[in-house]
Design a binder for this molecule. Structure first.
Ligand code: F6P
Length: 361
C-alpha cells in the first residue's frame, strides 16, 4: 500500500480536522503511506481536485472547526449536477469518472468521513470494487452501529451553553424561551442539551407533542411560582397528527428539504393560548461551527488513527465505530441501514421524565 485518498462529505462538523490530522499522521508516521485529500467532498473526486497532505499541512489543526479540505452535501457522483443553465438542471452518473480519478491519482482506496448520505455513497463505491473505510461524522448522532458520532458532543455543548444564557432572560422577564436546535429526523441534540441545560419541555421527532400538554407544564410552573419556562425543540419535531415544519426554498435551490420553523410555530401557539410572552431562538449553524470540545478532539483522533489501521488490515467496506471503551469496525451497511433515532423507552428519556421534564406527550 502506497497512497490513500481521503475526503470529508456532508455538513461541516467539529472534529473533522482532528480526523484528517490523525489519518495523515498515522498513515505517514506509522505505515509510510502517503495521503491525498480530495477537495469539497465527492465534488473533488469527480473533478479530480486534490492536494497532498503531510505533517506540515496538518500541523496545528486538531483544535480547529470546519474542514481544511472543504465539503459538500450536494455532490453525489451517482447523480451529479452537470448543468444548471437550462430550466431543468441536468444530472449524470459520474461514478466511473470518480473511480478513474482514484486510480489515476495512484490511490489504493479511500477513507470517507461523513454521515449517512456520504457513507451511502461510499458503500456504492465499495460495491464497485473501490477499497473504502468510513468514519462516522455528524452533529445529529443519527448513524447506526456506533455509540456516538464525532461532533455530536460539541453541538450538545453549544446548545447547552445557549440554554444557560436563555435562562437569564427567561427568569428576569418571566418569559417562555424556546430554543430550536438541529438534528434532522432525530432528537439526540435536543434531548441531551435539554437535560444538561435544565429545560422544562423537550420536543423531539420521536415523541409527537400535544400543545395542551406543553401548556399544562408551563401553567403548573406558574402556579408553583416559576414564572418562566425553557423549551428545547428539535427541528424535526411535530405535533401529534401534524407534520414537520419545512422552510420554503427558492426555485433554484439544490436542497432536497430544509427543516426549520417549528420553534416559531410552538412559540406562537403558546403565546396565543396563554398570553405569556414567548420568544424563540434558532441556534442553526452555530451548532456546527467553532472548535470541537476535548471529547470530540480525542474521539476524532481515535477514529482517524483506527481508520488507517483498518485500511492496512484490509477491512474494506467497514466503518470505524465506538463501542463502549473500544474502537472497532462494523460493516458500512450496518451503519447506513436506517437512521438511529432516540428509543422512546430509553433510560435517558426515563431520566428526563424522572427529573420533571415534559416531552409534550
Ligand atoms: O446533518 C447536519 C445538519 O446540520 C442537520 O442537523 C441539519 O438539518 C442540516 O445539516 C442542515 O444542512 P444545511 O447546512 O445544508 O442546511
Amino acid at each position: 500500500m502506497k497512497k490513500i485518498g481521503i475526503l470529508t462529505g456532508g455538513g461541516d462538523c467539529p472534529g473533522l480536522n482532528a480526523v484528517i490530522r490523525a489519518i495523515t499522521k498515522t498513515a505517514i508516521g506509522i505505515y509510510g503511506i502517503e495521503i491525498i485529500g480530495f477537495i469539497d467532498g465527492f465534488k473533488g473526486l469527480v473533478e479530480n481536485h486534490y492536494r497532498e497532505l503531510n505533517f506540515k499541512s496538518v500541523s496545528g489543526i486538531g483544535h480547529t472547526g470546519g474542514t481544511i479540505l472543504g465539503t459538500s452535501n450536494r455532490d453525489n457522483p451517482f447523480n451529479y449536477l452537470v448543468s444548471a443553465m437550462g430550466e431543468e438542471p441536468v444530472f449524470a452518473d459520474k461514478s466511473a469518472q470518480a473511480v478513474k480519478n482514484i486510480n489515476d491519482s495512484g490511490c489504493d482506496g479511500l477513507i470517507v468521513i461523513g454521515g449517512d448520505g456520504t457513507l451511502n455513497i461510499a458503500q456504492r463505491f465499495h460495491e464497485m470494487g473501490v477499497k473504502i473505510i468510513g468514519v462516522p461524522k455528524t452533529i445529529d448522532n443519527d448513524l447506526m452501529a456506533t455509540d456516538v458520532t464525532f461532533g455530536f458532543n460539541t453541538a450538545v455543548n453549544t446548545a447547552s451553553d445557549a440554554l444557560d444564557k436563555l435562562h437569564t432572560t427567561a427568569e428576569s422577564h418571566h418569559r417562555v424561551m424556546i430554543l430550536e436546535v438541529m438534528g434532522r429526523y432525530a432528537g439526540w441534540i435536543a434531548l441531551h442539551a435539554g437535560i444538561s441545560g435544565g429545560a422544562d419541555v423537550i420536543l423531539i421527532p420521536e415523541i409527537p407533542y400535544s400543545l395542551d400538554k406543553i401548556i399544562d407544564k408551563i401553567r403548573f410552573r406558574y402556579r408553583n411560582d416559576k414564572k418562566f419556562s425553557i423549551i428545547v425543540v428539535a427541528e424535526g419535531a411535530a405535533p401529534q397528527g401534524g407534520k414537520m415544519e419545512i422552510q420554503k426554498l427558492v426555485p433554484t435551490s439544490h436542497d432536497p428539504i430544509r427543516l426549520g420553523g417549528i420553534g416559531r410555530k410552538v412559540g406562537q401557539d403558546i403565546e396565543e393560548k396563554t398570553g405569556i410572552e414567548t420568544r424563540v431562538t434558532v441556534l442553526g449553524h452555530l451548532q456546527r461551527g467553532g472548535q470541537p470540545i476535548p471529547y470530540d478532539r480525542i474521539l476524532s483522533s481515535r477514529y482517524g488513527s483506527a481508520a488507517v489501521d483498518a485500511f492496512v488490515n484490509k477491512e474494506f467496506g467497514t466503518m470505524v465505530s465506538l463501542q463502549g471503551p473500544s474502537i472497532k469496525t462494523v460493516p458500512l451497511t450496518a451503519a447506513i441501514k436506517d437512521i438511529k433515532k432516540v428509543p422512546t423507552d430509553s433510560e435517558i428519556i426515563k431520566t428526563g421524565r424522572a427529573i420533571g421534564i415534559s416531552f409534550g406527550d
